[in-house]
Ligand binder design. Structure first.
Ligand code: B1M
Length: 229
């Protein structure tokens, strides 16, 4: 059984890598029928495929069209595995999430949003390329306790600081926990911009929100969950 699932995961990894959305969707359906945990699919098929794609792109072995196709195949898998009805019936807290300004990478952010939802959070997803002021205005309007920003593109990470500066300027920094993640950002960046936490992946993002809501006021910041790289 386990061997069979590993085979499907490996097949899915290579299917995403080749950008074959139809086959990726079919394999995802099989994995769903077999009740495989979506987090295992992310960690053992989607993430490895995307990391490999990233390396190939850096080494000029593939180009933008292949990157686009692989991204689309990954999104197909997520649509099958992380449907909206995973939203939980009890609410631990509200999180405003988005990919920061200038950056359109949203696969990881979508995973984090879905896993948060499945774990009892009401998630307001602002999408990608989100200007700093939208994070702040939405968090205020919705009464969210947590602002989560994702970033994969190095030039965009500087806008994360603007969100925190806005909160400070408006005198409301202590009303929100600001957490960050995504392949371009790292624990020292969280320290440098004065974020409250950094998480390596979606599971840890849930732990991070739980920890901050439970005892955020008594912990030294930022709270770092997971090893960088
Ligand atoms: Co782009 N891209 N891309 N890309 N792309 C990267 C990020 C890159 C590293 C590739 C490379 O060169 N090796 C590079 C960025 C270099 C840098 O600045 N550091 C890059 C580039 C350069 C670009 C373009 C500039 C290319 C171009 O146009 N010439 C362009 C940027 C456009 C823009 O944003 N303005 C571009 C475009 C694209 C596509 C549109 C084709 C596509 C994105 C499709 C989409 O997202 N809808 C794409 C893809 C697919 C990638 C790679 C290959 C894969 C990204 C991904 O989805 N990973 C990527 C290489 C790589 O990451 N290795 C690359 C899988 C995903 C599950 O992981 O997002 O890290 P990740 O999320 C994880 C954790 O990080 C964490 O949890 C998630 C689940 O475990 N996490 C959080 C994420 N957010 C979190 C938030 C949290 C907590 C945890 O709290 C709030």
């Amino acid at each position: 059984m386990l061997e069979e699932i590993s085979e499907y995961l490996e097949k899915l990894r290579s299917t995403i890598l080749s950008g074959d959305s139809d086959s990726a969707r079919e394999i995802a359906k099989i994995l769903k029928e077999k009740n495989v945990n979506p987090v295992d699919v992310v960690n053992n098929a989607i993430k490895p495929a995307m990391d490999e794609m990233g390396k190939k792109y850096e080494n000029l072995e593939v180009f933008l069209p292949e990157l686009v196709l692989a991204g689309e195949a990954a999104q197909e898998v997520l649509e099958v595995l992380l449907p909206k009805e995973m939203e939980s019936s009890f609410i631990k807290g509200k999180v405003v999430i988005g990919t920061i300004y200038g950056d359109i990478h949203d696969i990881g952010k979508n995973i984090v949003a879905a896993i948060l939802r499945a774990n009892g959070y009401k998630v307001i997803d602002l999408g990608y390329d989100v200007p700093p002021r939208n994070f702040v205005e939405t968090a205020k309007k919705e009464g969210a306790k947590i602002i989560g920003m994702s970033c994969l593109l190095t030039p965009s990470m500087f806008y994360m600081r603007d969100v925190i500066t806005r909160l400070i300027d408006e005198g409301i920094r202590d009303k929100f926990y600001v957490i960050i993640g995504g392949a371009a950002v790292y624990p020292d960046w969280a320290r440098e911009i004065g974020a409250d936490g950094w998480a390596k992946d979606a599971e840890r993002a849930v732990q991070l929100c739980d920890t901050l809501l439970e005892k955020g006021h008594e912990l030294p910041k930022p709270v770092i969950l997971g090893e960088w790289r």
